[in-house]
Design a protein around this ligand. Structure first.
Ligand SMILES: Cc1ncc(COP(=O)(O)O)c(C=O)c1O
Length: 404
């Protein structure tokens, strides 16, 4: 029965959005400088951003693209994923991870996750068939997957790895940055690429944008060609005095290149990234401490061998302790002027994936149970400590009002 506790509702004056970017004066000045320079598309600022990104992640090759989706697509295409191939990925991800596999005519094989919300290496192993060509681990929320296990599996079965690091710029695994070379011993000889997102709500943003990293020189070269129409090397220089009008199309490539306007933002966002991450981690600790004793929810599981950069702070409601469900919890938070979101609706529950590949509810039970009870609380550097306290107070208020 619902206990009718008299808990005064916390009152915020303004709605707290779920996510907001932190754009500073340096970013604005750099964009203006780009606009005035006469070179607005792929050019010197993209080159600068790529080399800064390589320095930050210790990735031998960094290739700027116009989204993480484009990065994943380019990497899989350059690795010759196509019809007849199976690609294993977690169902608990954004649809983009699976959509790109479908675009290439391959079959996405969706697998379940563990209690840490990350792809389960055991589930990957069970899903491998003679048609499996690649694994796409997703570093959910900004914490690395169990990479040792995944790389070892890939090495023993000769599988490609394309990591979806949309959430994970700055995250580490065994003290190495996601996207870097040699993240684990088993990674050394893998054909491997990693794609990052700079979408508006990510830990750093270029509005829309992404980056692919790889240690493999040939793969890097192939991706550079593929992402710009399949035109031969350095086609972007053709309007400069160091370039030439002549180019050859060596594959039916894409239009996935980043603009200098976006890179202008990225150059400064990257310089501020560690500061952003520190704030995210501080606010995550405030949430962790406040919610540790609250029995209606579970805080995110954190692994001690990984630096979690908290792109998301996703909690799991204990629905058997509440008289309301997750969607009602979200509505109540909204009434208290707190924005939230849900990450993710499992891919296998979307109509396209059900109809095309025959998935149904019940197929991947752990992801489904987590989906029914998960919600992401606001967490970004533009929040104040008072905003964080307001979220905590609102969660407590709803918990006390609707405790079973
Ligand atoms: C896990 C995951 N993968 C891929 C993407 C796609 O990123 P982008 O919008 O940069 O294409 C997102 C975006 O939110 C994501 O959350």
């Amino acid at each position: 029965m619902e206990t009718m506790m008299e808990v005064e509702a916390p009152a915020r004056e303004q709605f707290l959005p779920f996510a907001l970017p932190s754009i500073g004066e340096e970013e604005i000045a750099e964009v203006v400088d780009t606009l005035r320079s006469g070179w607005v598309t792929t050019g010197p600022k993209v080159k600068r951003f790529e080399s800064q990104f390589s320095a930050y992640t210790s990735a031998p090759h960094s290739i700027a693209v116009n989204s993480c989706t484009a990065g994943l697509h380019t990497a899989l295409a350059a690795l010759r994923i196509g019809p007849g191939d199976e690609v294993i990925l977690p169902t608990f991800t954004f649809c983009a991870t699976a959509n790109v596999v479908v675009h290439l005519g391959a079959r996405p094989v969706l697998v379940d996750i563990g209690s840490d919300f990350q792809i389960s290496p055991e589930a990957i192993e069970r899903a491998i068939t003679s048609r499996t060509r690649a694994i796409m681990p997703v570093h959910y929320a900004g914490q690395a997957c169990d990479l040792d296990a995944i790389y070892t599996l890939a090495a023993s079965r000769d599988l490609i790895i394309v990591e979806d690091a949309a959430h994970a710029i700055g995250a580490t695994y065994h003290d190495r940055k996601i996207g870097s070379d040699g993240l684990a011993a088993a990674a050394i000889n893998l054909r491997r690429a990693t794609a990052f997102s700079f979408y508006a709500n990510k830990n750093m943003t270029t509005g829309e944008g992404g980056m692919i990293t790889t240690a493999n020189e040939d793969l890097a070269q192939e991706m550079r060609v593929l992402l710009l129409h399949g035109m031969s090397k350095d086609a972007w220089k053709r309007y400069t005095n160091s370039g030439s009008w002549f180019y050859e199309v060596v594959s039916a490539g894409y239009k996935n290149n980043m603009t200098d306007i976006a890179a202008a933002l990225g150059i400064h966002q990257l310089q501020r990234l560690d500061g952003f991450i520190e704030l995210r981690q501080r606010y995550a600790r405030m949430y962790d401490e406040a919610f540790a004793g609250l029995d209606v929810l579970e805080i995110p599981i954190k692994h001690s061998d990984r630096n979690h950069v908290y792109h998301l702070y996703a909690v799991r409601l204990n629905l058997d302790r509440l008289t309301i469900d997750r969607s009602e919890f979200i509505e109540e938070l909204k009434e208290l002027k707190i924005g939230t979101s849900v990450h993710f609706i499992p891919v296998h529950l979307h109509p396209f994936y059900r109809e095309r590949f025959g998935y149904q509810r019940g197929d991947l039970p752990q992801a489904e149970a987590i989906y029914d009870s998960v919600l992401s609380l606001p967490l970004y550097p533009n929040m104040s400590e008072q905003d964080v306290r307001d979220v905590i107070e609102a969660v407590y208020h709803i918990a006390e009002t609707h405790r079973r």
